[in-house]
Design a protein around this ligand. Structure first.
Ligand code: ZN
Length: 170
């Protein structure tokens, strides 16, 4: 596997992150790859499923386990557009993935090097290789555009509330 393969799969993850944004979800996309074949594709669905555990990586891990017929993801690389949180990095340890490739760093929640380094914790039963920062600019601009839109629609809502209040004299 070389860097160009990594970029190919990360672009797939980015297009899934775009689908997340279109669905009103925080734009994070993930794919799981084994022997060059994509065995799972997912995007963050926390809003739709009303579930804090419905992160792209968790959904991709579950799909990959179904595809491989077991919970051990030996030889699997997970590509995700943003650095995984504690829960997702923990699930990667528990499912014994071989490698993680992620895009932008997450200084507040990232647990693959930013806040914690779960893939490389001394004493843990499993460690895995990490490549960070791949197409990070692309995932960052998706994220920025998403939150800009969220702010805009909040402003619009507030404004229409003010207008209503003004017209009713409240
Ligand atoms: Zn997560």
């Amino acid at each position: 596997m070389n860097y160009f393969d990594d970029e190919y799969y990360m672009r797939k993850a980015l297009s899934l992150a775009e689908s997340a944004a279109d669905a009103g979800e925080v734009p994070v996309g993930a794919v799981a790859v084994k022997d060059g074949i994509i065995i799972a594709k997912a995007w963050n669905q926390s809003e739709m499923l009303k579930d804090a555990t419905a992160h792209a990586e968790i959904l991709a891990i579950t799909q990959a386990e179904i595809a491989l017929g077991g919970w051990r993801l030996d030889g699997v690389t997970i590509y995700v557009t943003k650095e995984p949180c504690a829960m997702c990095a923990g699930a990667m340890v528990n499912s014994r993935i071989s490698r993680l490739v992620f895009g932008m760093k997450d200084p507040k929640c990232g647990c693959a090097g930013s806040v914690l380094n779960i893939p490389d914790m001394p004493g843990f039963l499993h460690r895995f290789e990490v490549l960070s920062g791949l197409l990070a600019n692309e995932s960052e601009s998706l994220m920025k555009a998403f939150f800009k839109n969220v702010r805009k629609s909040k402003d619009r809502k507030n404004k229409s509330k003010q207008d209503r209040n003004a017209s009713t004299g409240i």
